[in-house]
Design a protein around this ligand. Structure first.
Ligand code: GDP
Ligand code: IMO
Ligand code: MG
Length: 423
């Protein structure tokens, strides 16, 4: 399979990092195509935890990694990530290339986002406050600064000046917040360009060259389908399209080149930040799962909200992403229950709902319909073959396949590299 996509099928944090790390062993290039450092992808190797936010997970396998055009990049964070990984023996510099078309996240994006979240008060999105939304706003408004803009210092000075004049008007007059210094932004960018400049190029050409040579390209999705700006629980979503359809635009590759779409799904559901969550469970049950499942945001450290598996969500993801196979993660975490509720559908006013609603107001009127499956009360974290899982655990996986209409290709039973079952 020369071109494979890994996408999150729920609200993010499904374990994409683990799945990409697993599949990257056989990849020649790994590519992020959207989002920024709102993502946090984690894998444990022995006692060491590696969490990446911007650099594709393939970096741990020493693979060439591309940061695609659809991304928004905070170069200070990238610098930190490079030095943190480097200090732990992971070579970064020779292995990453950054799209010249990717947009930059700058200081004013973070200030505006914080002010906007405060202004929303109770309606706050609960964003990661990394400046993601405001950076994508500027991209759409055609006033963004891109990686390629750093090459021409005179043109850059003019662009920074124009945009900062506008942002300072907003910060001062609308948000009553401190303003930013255009000279500092410009000078910092020049220094960052000295460091990163040689890594910046048209990354779409590298993808094409790899595909032309018959090499294997792995596209690493960030966030999840329910956080997609068009298809998620709007407005409680991120500002990009995590969907597999975005790979083409965000990485700069023909959609015809994509062969295999793998959807990552937790054996239950989590979400971090505000917004609807039909199968959210009582906090006392959630608390019993949080440590075992690593259910604290990799980016912000916030405790994740936890709910039962919601087939309505994943069924919609299978359809929208064209998911060929599912990687089910965190099956081990469910080994503590006698019985496990699974949401098999929704009812609204006594009527069955056929598809996960697009409007959150409609979603709020839906009642999840649960089926209760028997638990297995066993430690599965060392299981290596599907056939060696307890019978009820296998039945749970098979029921998910049936409910969402996609076959399972991988089952993950722990946070460590190697705690996985390939079907
Ligand atoms: P991502 O954003 O989709 O890459 O997921 P995160 O890395 O943000 O969150 C997944 C969390 O679950 C991390 O703390 C991982 O260490 C942990 N994790 C991943 N897969 C498994 C699994 O199969 N079982 C358990 N117990 N933990 C896992
Ligand atoms: P990974 O790739 C979980 C959520 C935020 C918030 C909403 C908008 O690790 O799965 P943003 O900062 O993007 O404007 O916040 O989206 N969110 C994520 N939740 N995992 C992520 O990424 C997320 N990226 C954004 O919590 O609710
Ligand atoms: Mg994450």
């Amino acid at each position: 399979m020369p071109a494979r996509v890994v996408v999150g099928s729920q609200w993010g944090d499904e374990g994409k990092g683990r799945v990409v790390d697993l599949l990257a062993a056989d990849a020649d290039v790994v590519v992020r195509y959207q989002g920024g450092n709102n993502a946090g992808h984690t894998v444990w190797i022995g006692e060491q935890k590696f969490a990446v936010h911007l650099i594709p997970m393939g970096v741990l396998r020493g693979k060439p990694c591309l940061l695609g055009a659809g991304m928004v990049i905070d170069l200070d964070v990238l610098l930190e990530e490079e030095s943190e990984l480097g200090s732990r023996g992971v070579p970064v510099r020779g292995n990453i290339r950054i799209s010249e078309n990717a947009h930059l996240i700058l200081q004013y994006h973070k200030l505006i986002e914080a002010a906007e979240e405060e202004r929303r008060g109770e309606r706050a999105i609960g964003t990661t406050r990394r400046g993601i939304g405001p950076a994508y706003e500027d991209k759409a408004a055609r006033r963004g600064i891109r990686m390629g803009d750093l090459r021409d210092s005179d043109a850059l000075a003019e662009k920074v000046d124009t945009v900062v004049t506008y942002k300072n008007l907003l910060l001062k007059n609308v948000y009553k917040s401190p303003t930013v210094d255009p000279d500092k932004i410009y000078n910092d960018l020049r220094v960052l360009h000295d460091h990163f400049g040689e890594m910046v190029c048209d990354t779409s050409l590298i993808v094409q060259e790899a595909l032309d040579k018959g090499q294997r390209v792995l596209f690493e999705g960030a966030h999840g389908t329910m956080l997609d700006i068009d298809w998620g629980t709007y407005p409680y979503v991120t500002s990009s399209n995590p969907l597999s359809g975005e790979v083409a635009a965000g990485a700069g590759v023909s959609p015809k080149a994509l062969d295999q779409i793998t959807g990552v799904t937790k054996a239950y559901t989590t979400r971090v930040g505000a917004g609807p969550f039909p199968t959210e469970m009582a906090e006392e049950i959630a608390a019993s799962m949080r440590d075992a499942g690593g259910e604290f945001g990799s980016t912000t450290g916030r405790a994740r909200r936890i709910g039962w598996f919601d087939a309505m969500v994943v069924k919609k993801s299978v359809r929208l992403n064209g998911i060929d196979s599912l990687a089910i993660t965190h099956l081990d975490v469910l080994g503590r229950f006698d019985e496990i509720p699974v949401c098999v559908g929704y009812r609204c006013g006594g009527e069955e709902v056929s598809d996960f609603p697009n409007q959150i107001e409609e979603l709020a009127r839906c009642e999840p319909v649960y089926e209760t499956l028997p638990g297995w009360r066993a430690d599965t974290s060392q299981v290596k073959r599907f056939g060696d899982l307890p019978e009820n655990a296998r039945a749970y996986v098979r029921r998910i396949e049936e409910l969402v209409g996609a076959p399972v290709s991988h089952v993950l039973v722990g946070r460590q590299r190697g705690q996985d079952i390939v079907l």
